[in-house]
Design a protein around this ligand. Structure first.
Ligand code: AMP
Length: 297
């Protein structure tokens, strides 16, 4: 379903449910399966987001993109205020991609009880890594994802591997809570120089953009030296420490099934995760180690 069409922008939950039900019925009447896909985003869309949208169109007849800067997942009110809000540009970017609905609710529509409503708790992995730097972040992410799944009634929801811990926690949530939805993970989209695309890259000066390349270069060095986890970590750390503009937050190798750090002598399939401050901008990246399985990319 990738014919260009201007998406219908919907702000109300009731209206979105009604319009999706109509679109689903119309797709079935035309002989389709009537499947609905959902791509949750916070807007400021780039090619990374658009690759999720393209895949969503392959998997379903009706494509919904949500654009909602979720206050529940921001610990720092300044960070929330500074987050770019570019709805008109985002809708224009989605038009060639074949999107049916953009769900762009207000915070009040999503959280009529403010911060005092019921929320989802991410469990122990939610407090590690990104969760250690941003306490409560993943509780906010899972709460909004659970709500968006129920609001849209989506059959499939798409996430980027760029946010590997988010992918792990969302997959855990739908398993643990028996949520009847398929989670589809899309590989990281990178610039030609290897930098993982992110809305935050726009904040980098030219010198910082060069410095930021140390993150993906570190992951590449780790892949090249993967034998045991300790070797991969040493290779990656050397690349980052050679770049004065990059201040490392964490560099770890985690087990794909537990998302917990592996022992130094571990040699099996794993994922390396890096987070660093480049100037004032916090960037994350990750790569699979010890596997050539494309589904594990
Ligand atoms: P965000 O708007 O930052 O919450 O991101 C929305 C979705 O886009 C998430 O599932 C992200 O993982 C995904 N995403 C962001 N950047 C990229 C990228 N460079 N490659 C693939 N997916 C991405």
């Amino acid at each position: 379903m990738t014919e260009p069409r201007t998406p219908e922008v919907v702000g109300s939950i009731v209206d979105l449910r009604e319009r999706i039900a109509q679109a689903r019925a119309a797709a079935i009447a035309e002989g389709g399966a009537g499947r609905v896909s959902l791509v949750p985003t916070m807007g400021a869309l780039h090619e990374g987001h658009l690759s999720l949208v393209a895949r969503a169109g392959e998997l379903a007849d009706v494509v919904v993109v949500s654009i909602f800067v979720n206050p529940l997942q921001f610990g720092d009110p300044t960070d929330l205020d500074l987050y770019p809000r570019t709805l008109d540009t985002d809708v224009a970017k989605l038009t060639p991609a074949g999107v049916d609905f953009v769900f762009a609710p207000t915070a009040r529509e999503m959280y009529p009880n403010g911060a005092s409503g019921t929320t989802i708790t991410a469990g122990p992995v939610g407090s590690l890594l990104e969760g250690a730097s941003r306490p409560g972040h993943f509780d906010g992410v899972l709460t909004v994802v659970d709500k968006l799944i129920k609001i849209s009634g989506a059959d499939v929801v798409l996430f980027g591997q760029k946010d590997a811990q988010q992918v792990f926690l969302v997959q855990s949530m739908v398993t643990d809570l028996n949520t009847p939805v398929q989670i589809e993970v899309v590989p990281i989209v990178r610039a030609d120089n290897g930098l993982a695309l992110s809305s935050r890259n726009a904040r980098l000066s030219e010198a910082e953009q060069d410095g930021a390349l140390a993150l993906n270069a570190a992951l590449a060095a780790a892949s090249a030296h993967y034998g045991a986890a300790a070797d991969a970590l040493a290779a990656a750390r050397a690349v980052i420490e050679a770049q004065p503009l990059v201040k490392l937050d964490y560099l770890v190798v985690v087990h794909p099934e537990t998302f917990l750090p592996v022992d130094d002598d571990y040699r099996g399939p794993a994922r390396m995760l890096v987070a660093a401050l480049v100037g004032g901008t916090r960037l994350i990246d990750n790569t699979a180690l010890g596997t050539t399985d494309p589904d594990f990319s």
